[in-house]
Design a protein around this ligand. Sequence first.
Ligand code: THU
Length: 159
Amino acid sequence: MDTISIQLQLTRHSGTDNFSVEEQMLIKAAHEALSSAYAPYSQFQVGAALLLEDGSIVKGSNQENAAYPSGLCAERVAFFSAGSQHPGKKIMAAAVTTSYPMEHPISPCGACRQVMAEYELKQQTPIKLLLCSHDGSVIVVNNSRDLLPLYFSGEWLKK
Ligand code: THU
């Protein structure tokens, strides 16, 4: 029997003072995206913003539906927008935030982690995640794939 330990490295920041101007703008954009959230069922608004390699920003927010599973998280709205509106442009970083007064920074769901892992794999460069908290603190994950060990890979579908 082998025991395998998986480590996740992240950094927690009490504010954004040490972040680059682009990263600060990205976090602001994620907050702005909250205003377009459509969350009448959960009342849990989520905003996401992606920084592309040319410096442009793509925003997304959660979009719910009366047929609950038809709704989509803010992260996937943003990633799929970037993938369809800016094909071929690398995603450098993603900021995610919520208006909900949680003690902890928002953390993407499993489905969003899977989607982010695949975009990262496709572009072959890391996507840095900035997970924002209501109190202004931010958790930084340098490589979005780290959030989903043993993610499912399209490699296995090619056989
Ligand atoms: N949600 C997101 O948009 N992103 C997350 O990281 C977690 C959850 C949304 C889905 C749903 O509209 C609402 O938050 C409550 O689950």
